[in-house]
Design a protein around this ligand. Structure first.
Ligand code: ATP
Ligand code: MG
Length: 575
């Protein structure tokens, strides 16, 4: 490709709306252009990168025995009604009506469609196992699209779905995918950690995420997930799923008798613990949430934080948020109280489901809200002063240095970008949608399913987060849009231009993906663009050609050497 023909416009400045480096660089280097919020054009250079990633994914999926198909982007509501997700999938699901007023949606994921395919196409256990995958655009009307390709509304995903006759089969399919995923990301030049995770809106019981860890990388603040891991035994989990050994209960023995005392203006745990001069760990916090439209009170030890996904899962919910002031007023009114935030307690709440975190169970002589403004109950004990809720669950966010659930070693935390996710779905969709096969014993049984996603466009952006410097992108060779760029220093120097053409043609002959920067531009501009765009190798042709030497630069290390043109060609071909 000649640079004069290549459709690329590099920019001098980073886009003003970009917060993370991959977004900044992909726009500035001419890979993507925003069409509208969370929706991007993938320009020719980007398309080449995406194709490279897709082809790695295809090769590994095919090797793992999966078969590619392509399902529609637009899906009918009926399928989603069958699975039960039409009413519970939140606003991320983009719903629309066709000209006959039939309800449709843009596919955010394809469990429903694939289940209907399995239902029609698989009759007998003899056809199992099957793993079908596609590479397709997805649309999720994300509440906060940001970070460029890392969190778009429209994005490209590889999604695969396995059908098995039994749990053992699913375990095997799952393991095959886990291995394929590790290889895929490794081949894309990305080190990943496979961590336990929550199953979210997809459903099912077991799931793992593949995380690109970005914490060590102070330049990257793109990691939207907290990953807790044990440096000793290898336990690792997303914060929405991580557990740790229960912190020991503490009592400071200060308030031994139950008494309602004045605690004016103590709206927060900090204010209350300061006012009473007690540690936060002897306070029982009571927080009001709204889960799928219903009120929930969550009790947790004062020094600990509620993990909202865990809390939501206690109620098998799909949506959770902290209650607004007016909602708390409503609860107070319904329950015959008029306390304000900071003074709420579980006793006497009407129409509110109560759940206690495991940390509060062992509290003794603790302090808790009693639904009277500016007052708290001190010296409280379960069963005497307040009933211990029936529902007790782990709804606690793990903290760094909590003890590993498997080996008690202190846990560490790091930030991660989720590039892939694998789920054991079991019979969630096959049962709901009546997708069955005839088993060996002649019985009709629902398929045991799994699903496996990779964010193709997010993976490309994650690669930029990991591989860049102040001058631009440093693509891993395997996913770079081109392998090498030839830069003659002076376009007016005939000798330089002739040699450039010669090397260019020689490389083309060997099917090397090569750019010849044949622009009438200053050398500085050309060299800067080459670094910005991030082509792994650069051949610079300048004055040293008198000695039959060119400059050979490796972008990943920024190392340059002087070698002969023949040697340079040989080096590139041997890659
Ligand atoms: P997230 O938690 O980041 O919102 P998710 O868990 O909802 O993602 P999955 O349903 O697991 O996403 O989708 C499979 C893969 O698709 C993810 O692992 C991720 O790589 C990619 N992906 C999901 N949402 C987006 C998005 N908004 N933009 C780009 N890629 C995405
Ligand atoms: Mg996921």
């Amino acid at each position: 490709m000649r640079m004069t023909n290549l459709f690329v416009q590099t920019l001098r400045e980073y886009p003003s709306d970009a917060e993370v480096i991959s977004h900044k660089l992909l726009v500035r280097a001419g890979y993507i252009r925003k069409l509208t919020n969370g929706i991007y054009n993938y320009l020719p250079l980007m398309q080449r990168v995406l194709r490279k990633i897709e082809n790695i994914v295809r090769e590994e999926m095919d090797l793992a025995g999966a078969q590619e198909l392509l399902m529609p982007f637009v899906q009918p509501a009926e399928l989603w009604q069958e699975s039960g997700r039409w009413d519970v999938y939140g606003k991320e699901l983009m719903r629309l009506k066709d000209r006959h007023s039939r309800e449709m949606c843009l596919g955010p994921t394809h469990e429903e469609v694939i289940t209907s395919i399995g239902r029609e196409g698989i009759r007998s256990y003899k056809q199992l196992p099957v793993n079908l995958y596609q590479i397709q655009s997805k649309f999720r009307d994300e509440i906060r699209p940001r970070f460029g390709l890392l969190r778009g509304r429209e994005f490209i995903m590889k999604d695969a779905y396995s059908f098995d006759a039994d749990e053992k089969g699913l375990d095997k399919s799952y393991e095959i995918m886990a291995k394929a995923y590790s290889r895929i990301f490794e081949r894309c030049g990305l080190e990943t950690k496979m961590v336990q995770s929550d199953s979210g809106a997809i459903g099912g019981s077991v799931s793992h995420e593949f995380m690109v860890l970005v914490n060590e990388d102070s330049e990257s603040n793109a990691g939207e997930n907290d990953v807790f891991y044990c440096p000793k035994c290898g336990y690792s989990a997303n914060s929405n799923h991580a557990i740790s050994i229960l912190p020991e209960a503490q009592t400071d023995g200060k308030y031994l008798e139950p008494e309602i005392i004045n605690t004016p203006n103590t709206h927060s745990i900090e204010e209350l613990s300061e006012f009473l001069n007690i540690p936060a760990s002897v306070i029982c916090k009571c927080l009001i949430y709204v889960v799928d439209g219903k009120y929930v009170a969550a009790l947790i030890r004062g020094d600990r934080t509620v993990e909202e996904t865990k809390l939501m899962n206690v109620f098998a919910g799909n949506d959770i948020r902290i209650a607004r002031n007016d909602e708390i007023e409503e609860i107070m009114q319904n329950s015959g109280f008029n306390a304000t935030i900071g003074f709420i307690g579980p006793k006497g709440l009407k129409n509110v489901e109560i759940v206690a975190d495991k940390t509060v169970k062992d509290l003794k002589n603790f302090v808790i809200g009693c639904n009277q403004t500016d007052k708290h109950l001190t010296g409280a004990n379960w069963g005497i002063d307040v009933e211990l809720p029936e529902k007790i669950a782990d709804i606690r966010l793990v903290e760094e240095n909590d003890k590993c659930p498997e080996c008690s070693h202190p846990l560490k935390v790091t930030k991660g970008i989720e590039v892939g996710n694998i789920f054991k779905l079991g019979t969630k969709y096959s049962k709901a949608m009546n997708a069955t096969f005839t088993d060996k014993d002649g019985q009709e049984k629902p398929f045991i399913m799994g699903c496996y996603g990779i964010g193709i466009s997010r993976t490309a952006a994650a690669a930029v987060e990991k591989h860049h410097d102040e001058f631009g992108i440093k693509w891993p060779l395997s996913i770079a849009p081109y392998t090498v760029i030839i830069v003659p220093v002076s376009d007016r120097d005939e000798e330089q231009m002739n040699l450039a053409e010669k090397i260019y043609n020689e490389l083309l002959k060997h099917k090397v993906e090569v750019i010849l920067d044949d622009r009438e531009e200053r050398a500085g501009v050309k060299l800067k663009d080459a670094d910005l765009i991030g082509i792994p190798y650069r051949i610079t042709i300048g004055k040293t050609i008198k000695d039959n030497l060119i400059e050979f630069k490796t972008r990943s290390t920024n190392e340059t050497i002087l070698i002969s043109p023949e040697e340079a060609i040989q080096k590139i071909i041997s890659l």
